[in-house]
Write a protein that binds this ligand. Sequence first.
Ligand code: PLP
Length: 463
Amino acid sequence: MLYHSTRGGAAGKTFEDVLLAGLAPDGGLYLPQNWPALEADAWRALQNRPWEEVAVAVMAPYMGDFLSADELAGLIREAAETFGHPAVTPLVQLGGNLWMLELFHGPTLAFKDVAMQILARLMDIALARRDQHVTIIGATSGDTGSAAIEAFRHSRRADIFILHPHGRVSDVQRRQMTTVDAPNVHNIAIEGDFDHCQALVKAMFNDAPFRARMRLAGVNSINWGRILAQIVYYATSALALGAPDRAVSYTVPTGNFGDILAGYAGRRMGLPIEQLVIATNINDILHRALSTGRYEVTGVSPTTSPSMDIQVSSNFERLLFDAAGRDAQMIKRLMDSLAQSGAFTIPEEVLQAIRGLFDSGRATEDEVVEEIARTHEECGLLVDPHTAVGLHVARQKAGAEAAMVSLATAHPAKFPDAVEKATGKRPPLPQRLAHIMEDTEHLSVLPASLDKVEAFIASRASA
Ligand SMILES: *Cc1c(COP(=O)(O)O)cnc(C)c1O
């Protein structure tokens, strides 16, 4: 299986290449040159099989000879064991045709753990083979940073530096990062806001000598390894609901389009996915794009679902490319237009192709509060604001035939204030995380200065 870039500037790359590269050199994103489909009988044989076995069947066809099936199975078992639920990603029926897929039982209580735990282990293997070390840098307003730190804390090949805005992330989110005591984990609290953190990370990647000297790497949601790992829970849930013999639809709380793109990949692999519904909060570039055909950047408004507060949705480029019959020239044109004028119009035939499978909806902040209260009243369940965005949209889109599965992307205890406001109940941290409120924190406070941050990283990294 080989990979090529959505912008035509790279092709013939192996799984190991794209895993370590993240972004393609032409600024595009990598996709496999074709989708490896499984026959209906192969899917049937996976019904009622353990999560790990489904994961191997789904992921192996993308990896060429990167790992043997046994090695891959061992790696996935290790990743799955970091989850606090025997089913890893359990499916819960909310009523009638509506289901919730709980993706938040990982070590940091958000769905990003699923992919990050697998990605870190894959990267260690690839780096060991090349006898390389990397320096992972990232900015976080909460979720991504802690998932990455948890995943890479045992890495022998990566140092990880996560920048967060000093005093501006919640206690729980900060402590999830800063209580990790490992020599390769470094928390930097920047005197500034999240935009400062992001700008610093971007500036470091753009500083070519620093980037090369430190062997900088990113683990954000454009890495193909993350998307690949996320296909697994679409497969496990569809199989549990009767795939390949019964259709199923999904509603996905969406930001960067990584999670829902994995659903698209699942469909291309032969899962009977009838509809994929994009759920956005008021930062609704994707909902507007699907409704009007115009993909247009506006400002970002902070919401109670911060992991979906995005200006552009990077992985949407992968869907556009596939829906456009893999016309890299077209994608390059659209992305140039986005860079120059902050917008592009999706060509009509591409829009029609996308609408054949995708639908979209949005939830306002008031609707999120109502949804959290409603799910609590009707089902006795506490859900976080990201999950509530999905449920609000899922209720509108659920049809009579196919089961509708709404993805629960964060544990309610990660967003206790919003949940308490809507229900009067404060969700407690799961027992296995309670220790973080007591443990010693490790962090360095630095000014929002590129020189100071680069000097700090250079003095601590081993790459
Ligand atoms: C990252 C995140 C999302 C959005 O996922 P994308 O892959 O960026 O679309 C939704 N909910 C939570 C809790 C997240 O952390």
